[in-house]
Every structure is written in C-alpha cells, then in structure tokens.
Design a protein around this ligand. Structure first.
Ligand code: ZN
Ligand code: ZN
Length: 334
C-alpha cells in the first residue's frame, strides 16, 4: 500500500509499505478521503503539531473510508461499514484518561495516519457514518470535532455578538457552527476579498479587515472573539477588540517560539476570559451527527481534491491550501 511521508527538511515522499491484517481490536479501513490539516503543513515546515514531530512520519489524520477487515476482538464493526476515524488515541488508563481528559493522554499517539491506503485504528476510535453521508464530507469529522470542543469551552449564549478571525477551513466551520448556536451578529475578520465574500455567503453579518474591525469594536460590544489564524498580530488584536465581560478563544495554532503580548490592565477592566482548545475529546460523535444533518456546507470550503502524489507540490506551494480545504483522494469512494 502507498503512504505519504513527511521525510524531514520540507520533503515529502510517497512510499510503498506492507499492508497487513488487523490485530486485536483494530479495524482495518480502506481510506477514501483524508483532509489536509494546517498542522500537516506545520509539520512539513519543521514545526511541531499537537505532538513533537520526528520524521519520517505519515501525514494526515482526518480520514474516512470503508471497513475491509476487523481484528478478532472487534465487537461493533464489520467489513463494508462506512466510517470516520478519530486519530487521537486515549489509553483509558492513565491519570488524564481517568479524569475524562483523553486529549492529554500520556500514551496519546496518532492512530489514523490518513495519507495512506489503509489505516488500523482501534475500535474505540472508529465512528459509523450513514449511507447518505458522502465519504469526502465524513473526512470533516476530525476538524469539526476540534471546532465543537472549542465551542463547548466558551459556551456561546444566544443573541451574542461574535467575531471570528480568518476564513480558512477551520474559520469556515467555526462560522457555520456559531450561526447554528444562535448568535445575533457574526463578524468575520479577513483581508482577502474572496474570503470576505464567502463569509457573507456562509452567514456572516459583517466581513471586515483588521482595520475596520477596530472601528466596529467601538460600536458593538463583542462578546466572543474566536481567533482561527494563529498569527501574533491577530491574536494580540483579539484581546483589544473583545468587549466587556467577553471571552477570547485562541483556536489557531501559533508559532511555538513566538510569545504574544496582552495588556493585563486592559484585560482586567474588561474582565476578559481567555481560552485555548486542545484536540477533540468526546466530540466526534456529535461531529458525525452534524455532518449527517446536512446543516454544514463543506463544498464551499473545499478548494481542491488531490491525489497522494500531487501532495508533494501542494505541500511546497500551498497553492490550494491558501484558498480553502484540500482533500486528499485515496480510494476516492463516495
Ligand atoms: Zn486536523
Ligand atoms: Zn491515557
């Protein structure tokens, strides 16, 4: 079978590796689609993702597919099941798993490296999806589950005013989820005219650039700011535009070596709460349910569907990733 590796120093290679049968509680999935995540690009650029990166590693963790075989201990899956995989393993035994915090599991590792023809996650990481759900959409289960966790943390109240930084693929999901949560006004902060247009199409009330938001913030009390870019300037601006009694969620992944500045006194006078969000504990089932409901527009977010081989060029140029979500076609089944 083929697997797409990050081989260090901004290089990527498709290698042939042996295919095997599933053991124990493993579910063997023929991967249909895998999303390219911002963290894959981070890794390719030599920065750490959610975990340290020691090449060579297989990229991808947002995959869907069809079960082709199951290990002898598997109870709930059979060949032919359509599934999405949660890539984050929780051992269930360590001190964090015991507290219901599998995102901090001491044994945590990626169990569904989706840039490959087959993955073998344990049963506990596999979720059935309905016949009607397109498998390319099912591959959104992981990024959407991360978005849901972030939103679980900040608990948006009905009628709130919400600003979202960045309309990349995460920002686009965030926007649609905030819309569903009953916010009264949604402001997307984005420099690119194309993305501003998309923001309005996806339900934003305002699409403004980083200068205009400062003026808007004087008029409106922004209750929630969700930063989905991870740049120093936009993270720092998030604190400034946040209103009284507001919450800022720093969702975008920043540079590990780049601290950011916050004026404590200003934050104090606003009674600002700052949140960060790490991975996707207990949210994959809800992500699948949302995708099945058809309430989210994924077509508008996808900028390209590419083969495993075409990812070499894409990782180098990020030509399509800059415009939206890149989906990697493995079996390409729908
Ligand atoms: Zn991801
Ligand atoms: Zn654990």
């Amino acid at each position: 079978m083929r697997a797409g590796y990050y081989t260090g120093d901004r290089t990527y290679e498709v290698r042939e590796i042996p295919e095997r049968e599933p053991k124990g509680d493993e579910v063997k999935i023929e991967v249909a689609w895998c999303g390219l995540c911002g963290t894959d690009i981070h890794k390719f650029e030599g920065k750490n993702g959610a975990s340290p990166v020691i090449p060579p590693i297989i990229l991808g963790h947002e995959c869907s597919g069809i079960v082709t075989a199951v290990g002898p201990d598997v109870q709930y899956f059979k060949p032919g099941d359509r599934v999405a995989a949660d890539p984050s393993f929780g051992c269930g035994k360590c001190i964090y798993c015991q507290q219901g915090l599998p995102n901090f599991c001491l044994e945590r590792h990626g169990v569904a490296k989706g840039f490959s023809d087959y993955v073998y996650p344990p049963e506990q990481n596999v979720y059935k999806v309905s016949e009607d759900l397109d498998l390319r959409d099912a591959a959104f289960a992981e990024p959407l589950s991360c978005v849901i966790h972030g939103l679980d943390l900040i608990q948006i109240q009905g009628g709130a005013t919400v600003a979202i930084y960045g309309l990349g693929s995460i920002g686009s999901l965030m926007l649609q989820m905030v819309k569903l949560s009953g916010a009264s006004r949604i402001i997307v902060v984005e420099r690119e005219p194309e993305k501003q247009k998309l923001a309005l199409e996806l339900g934003a009330d305002y699409a403004v650039d980083d200068r205009e938001i400062e003026q808007l913030a004087e008029r409106l009390n922004i209750d929630y700011v969700i930063e989905c870019i991870g740049l120093k300037q936009t993270m720092e601006q998030s604190f400034r535009i946040a209103g009284k009694n507001s919450k800022v969620l720093l969702f975008g992944l920043g540079d590990p070596d780049q601290p950011i500045l916050m004026n404590q006194f200003e934050a104090y006078t606003k009674e600002l709460s700052i949140y960060t969000s790490y991975l996707n504990p207990h949210t994959t089932k809800r992500a699948v349910a949302l995708l099945e409901s058809g309430k989210l527009n994924t077509d508008a977010i996808i900028s390209a569907s590419l083969s495993l081989e075409e990812m070499e060029e894409e990782l180098k140029t990020q030509e399509n990733a800059k415009k939206g979500k890149v989906m990697v076609r493995l079996s390409g089944k729908h």
